[in-house]
Write a protein that binds this ligand. Structure first.
Ligand code: GTP
Ligand code: MG
Length: 316
């Protein structure tokens, strides 16, 4: 199943920001992809490692219980998958021809504490294991083709972890400049973020009025932005985007997230929260549409920028 031609990418971010949840919903998001969205007629995600098959299967239980069934990561795991897109591109003035891309990912995911240890001090932490994971991640940063940085839209304490630990991780590479050509900064848990700030407007509409770069700026300190500016190639493309593993209800526009239960508002397991009064499992499954979870991967793979704010690293 392993894909030898896949490139290595690294996902980092503090504990519980939703790194593994993001990865887990990728295939479901591709199944829910609307034809023509972002200019692609279709987007497919295929696992190329057993770890990915298992993670994709695990997340289907979300529809049954409402909550994302993701436990905190305790291991460094390599997830292999392929993202392919099909669309049309202009060709010879007025003609268009089919354009297909296929990119293999080897995505390293680890407990957030491996890099962002400042938030886990004093807890039940295996420091030796974390040090091993950190070494592996730092090694991968030396060669990784792309980097995915997850920042939670609703956990303000993480600013300190980024401030303390991101420079340390980059300093440990021994490189003045990381080779990554594209870096995606994913502002996660957009559903909970907008639910907290919906001033009478539907939350999706509210979210669309926000700029992910500015929200990231308000969450992270200036020294963290300076860290990125210093260690990324000046011409590296940095994309900022919101994402939500729970997503939004298409017609209502509100988040498909129940803050009280901390889970999907509409799920198959029981009839609570069924917004239209009918119990129809197929429609509840259809209602689960993770929001922009595939976007950072499409950006890393193809440079696609729909729904994202993209700047050069030197302009951060
Ligand atoms: N509201 C909301 N909660 C989310 C979302 N994604 C993840 N969560 C919740 O956030 C918690 C942490 O998610 P994980 O994916 O385990 O986070 P992680 O970054 O992998 O955490 P570690 O493995 O501990 O580093 C879980 O309780 C998830 O249910 C999201 O899009 N919206
Ligand atoms: Mg995890």
């Amino acid at each position: 199943m392993a894909d030898a031609s896949a490139s290595e990418y690294v996902v980092i971010g503090p504990s519980k920001v939703g790194k593994t949840a993001l990865l887990s919903t990728l295939q479901h998001a591709a199944f829910a992809w609307a034809r023509g969205q972002c200019g692609f007629e279709s987007v497919e995600v295929r696992p190329s490692s057993e770890t990915m098959v298992e993670l994709f299967h695990e997340v289907t239980a979300t529809l049954k219980h409402g909550q994302l069934p993701i436990n905190a990561s305790t291991e460094l795991t390599e997830y292999g998958f392929e993202v392919s897109t099909r669309g049309h591109r202009p060709f010879l003035l007025f003609l268009r021809r089919e354009h297909v891309t296929r990119v293999g990912f080897k995505m390293l995911d680890s407990p957030g504490g491996a890099i962002f240890g400042s938030g886990t001090e004093g807890g039940d932490v295996d420091y030796e294991a974390m040090a091993r994971f950190r070494e592996h991640l730092v090694n991968s940063l030396r060669t990784a083709r792309g980097l995915l940085l997850c920042v939670s839209a609703i956990n303000p304490d993480q600013a300190f972890e980024f401030f303390c630990d991101l420079p340390q991780a980059f300093n440990r590479t021994g490189l003045a400049e990381l080779p990554a050509q594209r870096v995606a900064i994913c502002v996660t848990k957009a559903d909970a973020f907008t639910s907290q700030r919906s001033w009478g407007r539907s939350s999706l509409e509210n979210l669309r009025a926000e700029c992910p770069l500015e929200v990231a700026r308000s969450i992270l300190s200036k020294p963290t932005f300076a860290t990125l500016r210093q260690f990324l190639r000046p011409d590296a493309q940095v994309a900022f985007g919101f994402a939500s593993a729970y997503g939004f209800l298409e017609h209502e526009g509100c988040a498909n997230f129940d803050p009280e239960r901390q889970g999907l508002m509409v799920h198959v397991g029981d009839e609570d929260g069924n917004t239209d009064g009918s119990f129809d499992p197929a429609r509840k499954i259809d209602a689960w549409q993770p929001y922009q979870v595939l976007h950072p991967f499409l950006f890393l793979a193809t440079g696609m920028s729909d729904g994202l704010t993209v700047v050069k690293a030197k302009d951060l």
